[in-house]
Design a protein around this ligand. Structure first.
Ligand code: TIU
Length: 226
């Protein structure tokens, strides 16, 4: 195994059984005119992590380790979108309404696509999820079981919503979860920081966090540890 310099203590990264989950790096959240901006957010801070996420994906591709991309999206008839989710708050457009990138948060619409810079490569998994968590009403558990995954590395947006929810779901299912700090972003910098803090508090109650640099260094470390 390799040792990743992480918080709150080093993370043991095995040679096998590791998968990367890239959460919701889709136009709906990162570009103006999607779900994120309809909720009233300034979407610009999210684009800042794209180069780091690209680097992380490249490192997994280089090792032929599995990569799972998620998208938050609903079926066009909204049968998987609870009323309580659609009729929440006062967005400019609701889920399913027609916006500048097609219908808001609907699978198959232009806005629901993963941004071009991070487009999944052939052979990589893509999961459409109706909830904030990546396990809820998806095949993720089956995919991870088939891959014999034990360790999950997380990236994506937003830190305190879909990333943290998915990480908590994974933690309850017994995975060793590591979030790459510079590969996750929020519309609210304070929430991002708080999410990182609460994930790794109490002796890694949800999981670990590490910088991209620290993670990549450990991947390239020629030494192995028992
Ligand atoms: N609004 C917000 O911060 N996030 C979401 O609605 N979904 C995800 O985090 N992907």
């Amino acid at each position: 195994m390799k040792i990743v310099e992480a918080q709150p203590f080093p993370y043991e990264l095995p040679e096998q059984g590791v998968a990367l989950i890239v959460i919701d790096m889709q136009r709906d959240f990162i570009e103006a005119g999607g779900f994120g901006s309809m909720l009233g957010n300034d979407v610009r801070p999210l684009a800042a992590i794209v180069p780091a996420v690209r680097e992380l994906i490249a490192a997994f591709r280089h090792r032929a380790w599995p990569i799972i991309h998620t998208r938050e999206g609903h079926q066009s008839d909204l049968s998987d979108c609870p009323r309580a989710k659609r009729h929440r708050g006062f967005p400019k457009l609701r889920i399913g309404d027609v916006g500048p990138m097609g219908r808001i948060l609907i699978d198959g619409q232009p806005g629901n696509e993963i941004i071009a810079e991070l487009a999944p490569a052939p052979g990589e998994y893509q999961i459409v999820k109706p909830g904030k968590g990546a396990f809820y009403k998806t095949d993720l558990s089956t995919i991870l079981a088939d891959l014999k995954t034990t360790h999950l590395v997380f990236a994506g947006v937003t830190t305190e919503v879909c990333v943290q929810t998915s990480m908590r779901e994974a933690n309850d299912r017994g995975y060793y979860c590591l979030l790459i700090e510079d590969c996750t972003a929020s519309y609210f910098p304070g929430f991002r920081q708080s999410a990182l803090d609460m994930i790794r508090a109490q002796g890694a109650i949800v999981g670990w966090t590490a910088t991209l640099k620290g993670f990549l260094q450990s991947m390239e470390d020629k030494r192995t540890y028992a």
